[in-house]
Design a protein around this ligand. Structure first.
Ligand code: DX5
Ligand code: ZN
Length: 216
């Protein structure tokens, strides 16, 4: 049986001037999750949006919200995002001295907790967190911008995380973010990915449904 893969369109590449219509359009496809990129202009050079805009997105969205924090103070975002009703919340391990504590804080606020690995971050970073995380987000581009090319060694990293997960009977999900398209998607699934984020591949087209399906 073909593995069930969840597609998470990244709204970073949508038309924010028509956000309500964009959400309705993307929710009429087979997408499973909405991926939201919070950037602070410090951890990454780009600046996007925070809780006030996510609150507005939540008003129109029915799908679960997956917030990817690219900020130097992830802890400050937990309570506001929990209050809005965010479902998945992930942060970069480089941004937090006390990753174990932050994961518990996220889970105590009834959200799924994930850690994000930059392209240069070793896969074994997850080892002492594997019992408590709900998911790991493998960055397959350097964070900060949509529309970049997939970094090929991410495939090996995903496969190693998947092997580690199987060997130790862990249940966390593996999400991949950056440069995902229909050519790379089957390789990612084969390597062990469960959730595929895609921004420009979907939103730079005039048929979102077809693009989403092509990744499954
Ligand atoms: C990059 C973001 C991604 C981005 C992916 O820092 O984390 O979620 O939107 O965009 P594409 O799919 O265009 O690489
Ligand atoms: Zn992202």
């Amino acid at each position: 049986m073909k593995k069930h893969i969840k597609i998470a369109p990244s709204l970073l590449s949508c038309d924010f001037g028509r956000i309500k219509e964009e959400i309705a359009l993307i929710e009429s496809t087979d997408a499973a999750i909405l991926h939201l990129d919070v950037m602070d202009g410090h951890f990454v050079p780009n600046l996007t949006f925070g809780a006030p805009i996510i609150k507005y997105i939540k008003k129109y969205a029915k799908l679960p919200l997956d917030v990817h924090l690219m900020v130097t103070n992830p802890n400050d975002f937990v309570q506001p995002l929990a209050d809005i009703g965010v479902d998945y919340l992930s942060f970069h391990t480089e941004t937090e001295y006390h990753a174990d504590r932050l994961i518990h804080h996220i889970k105590n606020n009834k959200m799924k907790a994930g850690i994000v690995l930059n392209p240069a971050t070793h896969h074994n970073t997850i080892e002492y967190l594997a019992d408590i995380i709900d998911f790991v987000l493998v960055m397959s581009v350097n964070p900060g911008f949509g529309g970049q090319s997939f970094i090929n060694n991410s495939l090996q990293k995903i496969a190693r995380i998947n092997d580690y997960r199987e060997l130790n009977n862990h249940s966390f999900e593996i999400e991949v973010d950056g440069g995902v398209n229909d050519k790379i998607a089957p390789l990612l699934v084969e390597a062990g990915a469960d959730i595929l984020v895609a921004g420009s591949y979907i939103f730079n087209s005039d048929n979102y449904a077809e693009k989403v399906r092509s990744l499954m």
